[in-house]
Design a protein around this ligand. Structure first.
Ligand SMILES: Nc1nc2c(ncn2[C@@H]2O[C@H](COP(=O)(O)OP(=O)(O)OP(=O)(O)O)[C@@H](O)[C@H]2O)c(=O)[nH]1
Ligand SMILES: [Mg+2]
Length: 332
């Protein structure tokens, strides 16, 4: 069903590097009698670091790398030489990725900022070499510390896309058309339901220097929250949107009932979805007469929402829509 190129959930086994062992060694040189201990320390194991890459929008690149290991620290050597530190491993993830520890269910990271880097698993410390253990009464210590093992475990990565505005609506109402009109995104548009199979993001420029991110998800149908259609798989991608745009096509059988169904589906999925700021948009308004628009306005007058009539064909209402979205995003 959904595109295999969009992965928004997977499990990885990650292992930070072990610390290197400290060395047991004694200085041996010609003409130097009983040179004393000179075993060096082990190096530090590499960390597993999670880093945000804002260019990414899926976890696909990690699908075939189930086990990720950072380098172990090198062992200490003679002449008090310290082992090399192990190289850390950086896992790049898209903005909006949430990482949990599979065993403890503890959230390890929530990547919400562009330049965020988090140490998921710390590398082990290197052990001390025998040079540290000589004392006035014990001048030939024949032991050194082993390195400490690095942290390891299964982690669960889940992507919940971060957009300011989410588009919700039945299939074929013109969600992708709107995204492609307002932003540089090029989603597939066609006159049949479920054209969009994976969430799409677009940056909508506003006035001269402003912009906001809009997310287009596959269309919802009645029963989506129970798993019908593609609905539930993608509802999580609008969970973190600041505001929702309920899009209803002007050619829908009953516009108000459609609005009700959309609200019900979101509520069943997660009641908090209805707490979000929202706009109601009637798409394909080019097919409506002024009288028909008045009737629709009247039906919505019982709610707190005044519908905005838009058309991607005639550009009707698009500027007003952007103004309202901007206002909604910045009203608090
Ligand atoms: N007349 C008219 N047709 C439109 C308008 N916007 C979109 N359409 C048409 O509606 C059809 C569906 O458009 P899409 O943008 O693919 O709809 P969608 O909501 O993304 O559909 P799914 O991805 O299947 O959920 C296309 O044939 C568009 O040309 C509009 O403003 N006016
Ligand atoms: Mg679409």
């Amino acid at each position: 069903m959904a595109s295999p190129n969009f992965i928004d959930e997977l499990k990885l086994y990650v292992r930070a590097g072990h610390g290197g062992a400290g060395a047991v060694h004694f200085r041996r040189e010609k003409f130097i009698d009983k040179g004393g201990p000179d075993g060096g320390d082990g190096g530090q194991g590499g960390d597993i670091i999670l880093k945000c890459n804002p260019q990414l929008s899926t976890l696909l690149h990690l699908k075939y790398h189930k086990h990720i290991r950072a380098e172990d620290g090198g062992n200490g050597t003679a002449a008090c030489c310290r082992g090399a530190n192990g190289a850390s491993k950086i896992i790049e993830v898209p903005k909006g990725t949430i990482v949990t520890n599979v065993d403890t269910q503890q959230t390890l990271a929530d990547v919400t900022a562009d330049a965020q880097a988090i140490t998921l698993m710390a590398g082990g410390k290197g052990g001390k070499g025998n040079v540290h253990f000589k004392t006035p009464t014990h001048q030939t210590p024949r032991y050194a510390q082993p390195g400490i093992p690095g942290e390891e475990g299964w982690i669960h990565l889940e992507l919940k896309l971060m957009a300011e505005v989410g588009l919700v609506g039945f299939p074929n109402v013109g969600k992708s058309t709107l995204l492609s009109t307002l932003s540089a995104a090029k989603p597939k548009i066609a006159n049949y339901p479920f054209t969009t199979l994976t969430p799409q993001l677009g940056v909508v420029p506003y006035k001269k220097y402003n912009a906001f991110v809009m997310a287009d998800i596959p269309g919802l149908i009645q029963g989506a929250s129970q798993g019908k259609g593609l609905g539930i798989q993608f509802l999580k991608h609008i969970e973190r949107n600041l505001c929702l745009l309920f899009m209803i096509a002007a050619d829908s059988e009953d516009i108000y009932q459609t609005y009700d169904v959309l609200q019900q589906e979101l509520k069943t999925y997660n009641p908090a979805m209805l707490q979000k700021r929202r706009l109601v948009v009637i798409s394909k308004s080019d097919i409506l007469t002024a009288a028909e628009k008045d009737i629709i306005r009247q039906r919505f007058s019982a709610t707190t929402c005044t519908p905005i009539f838009i058309s991607a064909l005639t550009n009707e209402g698009l500027e007003q829509l952007k103004d309202q979205i901007w206002h909604l995003l910045h009203e608090h």
